[in-house]
Write a protein that binds this ligand. Structure first.
Ligand code: SF4
Ligand code: FES
Length: 239
């Protein structure tokens, strides 16, 4: 076990844990944007910054990547930390000023949602956190989306901006996106889902009769697990 202090609280942690994990386990709130428990940390957003050390020898580190160490003193809400987070969120807001989710996050952190830096005018809400791309690749396992272009034009898309043949319409990218960039629409009857420029026919639950998942997604799960599609035709509420 490792002994450390977070916000004046003596804490025991396991070797190899990150500061973010340990803080959360102990009820200490650290905001994150690019972090997801099911994915390796990527350190893309810096929102989870904390200050480590004591006296004049302190430094700011990203808590989602930084491992615990014996005797470490951590401050998750010092003035320096709050300044870093304020700058990070204002830079993100300048890139995606139309993201309501981001504005809400800023508000929750007591930061004015008015962009401090020159705001982008392209209507893009993507802050390049990569959560969607990594979720599609590492959790779903299909790699239907990636990044294209460079600099301010860099964005998430399907290859050549064409509807993707490997996309299964699961919507995981849309659910995980913290800024609302990825649009997923459902037809009024619920029988068709549209995402990344493709329409996906929805399957009907054989118990309750509701549309619940794209047929392509069920086919994909069946292929990966060997469970016949017929057995997958039951929604999560009826299982
Ligand atoms: S679309 Fe959303 S999840 Fe994907 S990189 Fe942009 S902000 Fe992150
Ligand atoms: S949550 Fe740690 S860098 Fe984004």
């Amino acid at each position: 076990m490792v002994n450390l202090t977070i916000d004046n609280k003596k804490i025991q942690a396991e070797e190899g844990q990150t500061l973010l994990d340990v803080a959360r386990q102990n009820g200490i709130v650290i905001p994150t944007l690019c972090h997801h428990e099911s994915l390796e940390p990527s350190g893309a957003c810096r929102l989870c910054s904390v200050e480590i050390g004591e006296g004049s020898r302190t430094k700011v580190v990203t808590s989602c990547l930084y491992p615990v160490a014996e005797g470490l003193v951590v401050n998750t809400a010092s003035e320096r930390v709050m300044n870093v987070r304020r700058t990070v969120i204002q830079l993100l807001l300048a890139r995606a000023p139309e993201s309501e989710q981001l504005a809400k996050m800023a508000e929750n952190m007591g930061i004015s949602p008015e962009p401090r830096f020159k705001a982008s005018e392209d209507g893009n809400k993507c802050v390049l956190c990569r959560l969607c791309v990594r979720t599609c690749e590492k959790i779903v396992g299909v790699s239907a989306i990636g990044f294209s272009s460079r600099g301010p034009q860099k964005n998430v898309c399907t290859p050549f901006h064409e509807p993707s043949n490997v996309c299964i319409g699961c919507g995981a990218c849309s659910y995980v996106c913290p800024t609302g960039e990825i649009e997923m629409l459902t037809s009024p009857a619920g029988d068709v889902r549209t995402i990344w420029g493709r329409d996906f026919k929805m399957a009907v639950c054989k118990v309750c009769g509701r549309y619940f998942a794209p047929e392509d997604q069920l086919q994909y799960i069946s292929g990966r697990t060997g469970v016949p599609v017929e057995e997958l035709m039951v929604c999560s509420s009826c299982r």
